[in-house]
Design a protein around this ligand. Structure first.
Ligand code: NAD
Length: 512
């Protein structure tokens, strides 16, 4: 993400923020910090626009997503350039994580939203099925506020927004102040695809603007960011009794079993730790490898890392740290680890050959849970490897964390991998893969423990932008209500007999 600093403004003027490219340190523009008045005005516009949008058939809303997909394909270079300017990530990561992932999401929801949100008829249990009918319809909530972070500035803005939109809501996005231009580009792309005015708006600014959006009258907040801010958003939503999903930080563990293919596991560890320069919520932040294979695995990891090219220009594998604060956290965690006895096998410093915010891909051993690097989210290109006696110890260490976002297990025995996955206290786990869950459209995604509340994506996520309204229809046109009174001891006794028959006899239990 970009480097952001306040601009001097005259008294009474709006605050402004100036941004710099973190890889080249060049200025890339300024944004205005929008206020509670802007947020309230945006909600009013959104609410009006939502009325007609919410009543369109989903198939018609899907056509807008299809056109957005076409616009995305046409404007993919703009997206990549904007993301690169703001983040200094690699071109390939911008293409895969931001453009491809959003394209896949647009395509998936355009094709599947109508099926997922189709009104349902559900058969009731027991005797009720002859008396009543249950239908469920998925109604849009109204206006959804989306607040996004800097590490996936386009995808983490677009993905929740397009789901909320196709579910029939209007959306107001508040992108990170460190990567606002990706959010503004999202608005351009929706507009170019013909989305009706007012349905998708962007508010620029920092925490003040995010906090304003949560209190401006929206019907739901979809938040992605840190635990600290997530807690504030949860409080704001609780005070207004509106729902929220909180997709927060992580400290994902990787478990390498004795029978793992060590070449694949080493590749998975390196990609898991250094993709997006380690600034990925589901990045691998700690590895537990079984003693008997630890030496070979670690050697293979270090060999892989020595091949990685870091840079800002041309072809390279590892990009910049997106903003100075993150670099400070990485250095603080590293200093603490080294002071407590961690051994740096490679990296361990800012890259002296590059001008911008670059930290070398780093591999550590001799680490333990007394170190910040094993406990707190580092969000940088650091791979600490800890040897453990066996898989039981690996699971225990993996679960010894206040986070629970993702994790991964490496073994040639898939059934064992799934058994270990089931015992990891994580919102999602990959077996012989890493960080994939967010990219699988069908998979509900969300964290346990302090990694979040609720889930996004898939059926669960899409329905989360709706109210599931049960409609109960009496099969006898309402006769039961007419027969309700008067209450009497005789009807109570009849009810008791009926219960005995229903739940106290074989035939009754079969019927119910
Ligand atoms: P952050 O919490 O600092 O900021 C996130 C967003 O919240 C920004 O847009 C910010 O302006 C806004 N904000 C700040 N104060 C606010 C307030 N009081 N009320 C409302 N909004 C406010 O997070 P970040 O540094 O931008 O992002 C990095 C974090 O996000 C990491 O912890 C990472 O793990 C997490 N993350 C999680 C996921 C996930 O899906 N679980 C995905 C990506 C990133």
């Amino acid at each position: 993400m970009a480097i952001v600093s306040p601009v001097n403004t005259a008294p009474g003027e709006r605050r402004r923020l100036a941004l710099q490219n973190p890889a080249t340190l060049e200025p890339i523009g300024e944004i205005e910090v929008q206020t509670i008045d802007d947020a309230t005005a945006a909600v009013e516009i959104a609410r009006k626009a939502q009325v007609e949008w919410g009543s369109l058939p989903i198939s018609e809303r899907a056509r807008y997503l299809q056109r957005t997909l076409e616009t995305l394909l046409e404007r993919q270079d703009d997206i990549i350039d904007t993301v690169l300017r703001e983040t200094g990530k690699t071109r390939t990561e911008a293409l895969q994580m931001e453009v491809f992932a959003v394209g896949d999401s647009l395509n998936y929801y355009a094709k599947n939203a109508a099926r997922i949100l189709r009104p349902e008829k559900r058969t009731l249990h027991g005797i009720l099925r002859v008396l009543k009918q249950l239908r469920i319809i998925y109604r849009p909530l109204g206006v959804v506020g989306v607040i996004s972070p800097w590490n996936g500035p386009f995808v983490l803005s677009m993905n929740p927004c397009l789901q909320a939109l196709i579910a029939g809501n209007a959306v107001i996005l508040k992108p990170s102040e460190i990567t606002p231009f990706s959010g503004l580009l999202a608005a351009e792309i929706f507009a170019a695809a013909g989305l009706p005015d007012g349905l998708f708006q962007v508010l620029t600014g920092d925490g003040e603007t995010g906090a304003a959006l949560t209190r401006a009258g929206v019907d739901k907040v979809s938040f992605t960011g840190s635990v600290e801010t997530g807690r504030k958003v949860a409080v704001a939503c609780a005070e207004q009794l509106i729902p929220c999903t909180l997709e927060l930080g992580g400290k994902d563990a990787m478990i390498v079993c004795e029978d793992a293919n060590l070449d694949y596991a080493a590749g998975g560890a390196v990609a898991g730790a250094f993709m997006n320069t380690g600034q990925y919520c589901c990045g691998t932040e700690r590895v537990y490898v079984v003693e008997s294979v630890a030496e070979e695995f670690t050697r293979k990891v270090v060999d892989c890392v020595s091949e990685l090219r870091q840079g800002s220009d041309g072809e390279f594998d590892v990009g910049a740290i997106f903003w100075p604060r993150q670099l400070e956290i990485i250095e603080e965690h590293m200093a603490d680890a080294v002071e407590r006895g961690a051994k740096v096998l490679t990296g361990g410093r800012r890259n002296p050959d590059l001008e911008g915010l670059f930290y070398e891909p780093t591999v550590l051993t001799n680490v333990d849970h007394g170190m910040k690097i094993m406990r707190d989210e580092t969000f940088g290109p650091i791979l600490p490897i800890m040897r453990v006696s066996d898989e039981e110890a690996a699971i225990a260490h993996a679960n010894d964390s206040r986070y629970g976002l993702g994790g991964n297990v490496w073994t040639r025995d898939t059934s064992k991998g799934v058994r270990i996955a089931q015992r990891m206290q994580s919102g999602s786990v990959c077996v012989n893969d890493m960080t994939m869950t967010y990219g699988i459209q069908e998979a509900p995604f969300g964290g346990l423990k302090q990694s979040g509340i609720g889930q996004v994506n898939g059926e669960t996520g899409l329905r989360g932008y709706c109210h599931a309204e049960p409609i109960i229809v009496d099969r006898r046109g309402g006769k039961m209500s007419a027969d309700r009174y008067p209450y009497s001891a005789k009807t109570d006794a009849g009810m008791q007999k009926f219960m005995k028959l229903l739940w106290g006899t074989g035939i009754g239990r079969w019927l119910s």
